[in-house]
Ligand binder design. Structure first.
Ligand code: CAA
Length: 387
């Protein structure tokens, strides 16, 4: 057993323990069923809220826990190691809609939405992607047109995690005219709530993994949004979304580390139990080398992630390091879970053991909140910054 690489404070140890206990008691007994039935259990939101886990990065003045990023990521890793679906809900809520309201919202918006979101009474979602705008997020087409003081939204948003259950949805829409497009500068962020007429839930996706997290399309059909729901400045919505994704990518990296760690732990235990050729398979170097390489990658991914989190908490820019963390952690998760299936052999390919779920859950971490290819573009651009 390796000792943990990160020096943790007493508070961090305690929050890690609470998260681990929550994951074991509230998630572990149900996770296989949620995966099999593609079932999202809304009661988990209240339970996360009661622990303060939906306001981890929000200052106490806004009813959050006011924790640093590292502590939040430690809790997220514990949840992800048991249920990656609950982890993505935690990550999206903590990193995207709440951070957008905190950083770019006005006092009234923080009072009305951020505080109850931090207490876990309202669930937040983030709506940027569209059927024809994924990696090229600035090409989104959802249109907002001014009508008196209001804005009227039409369009479709895709891949919205827990979108059908969200109470506060941060929506990026075009506010430039169809004849005069201004690219990323023609996009504004709006707060959309389910009580507004014209919001419909569209297709529910039938996914390979992360099946306990419900992913839907949201359709806006003449959805009328009052001026109080415009976030920050008109035309700044793309920048707000990108800045929030810098945080979001740390969350997804932690989710990926959690999945990879679970696959490593399961493999270590299995290689001890499983006997072939009259000995436990852990005595074969072919298996030892796999386990060693898996452990190296999990620890490297976590170390880069926590170094990036510390940079963020020092107020330094983390666009490149956030992308590096997400890239390394997600590719680690995919590689480690693939090795885990191999260590388990035939038993890794069936639902009797959880490693096939880890393998399926890992894949999306290489795709959402920016594909691995987009992370490489972001990193490469930063290498030339200021030259
Ligand atoms: N922070 C602040 N500003 C940023 C920024 C950042 N991280 N990234 C870009 N910007 C700014 C730029 O400085 C630029 O501003 P100016 O015009 O004032 O100079 C503006 O935004 C436009 O930037 P780019 O020219 O770089 O824009 P681009 O069109 O080339 O796109 C991209 C850049 C990195 C490819 C971006 O489109 C991107 O990240 N794509 C991936 C989209 C993504 O991650 N989607 C995730 C969906 S959400 C999700 O998955 C949630 C879920 O449910 C799990």
């Amino acid at each position: 057993m390796l000792s943990p690489l990160l020096p943790l404070t007493e508070e961090q140890r305690e929050i890690q323990r609470v998260a681990r206990e929550f994951a074991r008691s509230e998630l572990a007994p149900h996770v296989a069923e949620w995966d099999r039935e593609a079932k999202f259990d809304r009661s988990i939101v209240g339970k996360l809220g009661a622990l303060g886990f939906l306001g981890m990065l929000i200052p106490e003045a806004y009813d959050g826990l006011g924790l640093d990023t590292a502590t939040y990521l430690l809790a997220l890793e514990e949840v992800a190691a048991v249920d990656a679906s609950t982890a993505v809900l935690m990550s999206v809520h903590n990193s995207l809609p709440t951070q957008m309201l905190l950083q770019f919202g006005d006092d009234a918006q923080r009072e009305r939405w951020l505080k109850p979101m931090a207490r876990g009474e309202l669930l937040g979602a983030f709506a940027l992607s569209e059927p024809e705008a994924g990696s090229d997020a600035a090409s989104l087409q959802c249109q907002a047109v001014r009508d008196g003081d209001d804005w009227v939204l039409n369009g479709t948003k895709s891949w919205i995690s827990h979108g059908a259950h969200a109470d506060v949805i941060l929506v990026m829409a075009r506010t430039d005219r169809p004849g005069a497009r201004h690219g990323s500068k023609g996009i504004t962020a709006f707060v959309v709530t389910p009580d507004l007429a014209g919001l419909k839930v569209g297709k529910k996706e039938n996914k390979l993994g992360l099946r306990g997290s419900e992913t839907v399309q949201l359709v806006f059909d003449d959805l009328r949004v009052p001026p109080a729901n415009v976030l920050g400045e008109v035309g700044r919505g793309f920048i707000y979304a990108m800045q929030s994704l810098d945080n979001g990518r740390l969350g997804i990296a932690s989710q990926a580390v959690g999945i990879a760690r679970a696959a490593l732990d399961a493999s270590v235990a299995y290689a001890d139990d499983r006997r072939q050729f009259q000995q436990p398979i852990k005595s074969f170097q072919a298996i030892q080398f796999k386990l060693a390489d898996m452990a190296v990658r999990v620890n490297a991914a976590r170390a880069l992630l926590h170094a990036s989190a510390a940079m963020k908490d020092r107020g330094e820019p983390i666009t490149a390091y956030g992308s590096m963390s997400k890239l390394l952690a997600s590719e680690t998760a995919m590689w480690v879970t693939t090795q885990a299936v191999q260590v388990f052999g035939g038993y890794g390919y069936v639902k009797e053991y959880p490693v096939e779920r880890y393998f399926r859950d890992a894949k999306v971490t290489e795709i959402y909140e920016g594909t691995s290819e987009i992370q490489r573009i972001v990193i490469a651009r930063e290498l030339y910054e200021g030259r």
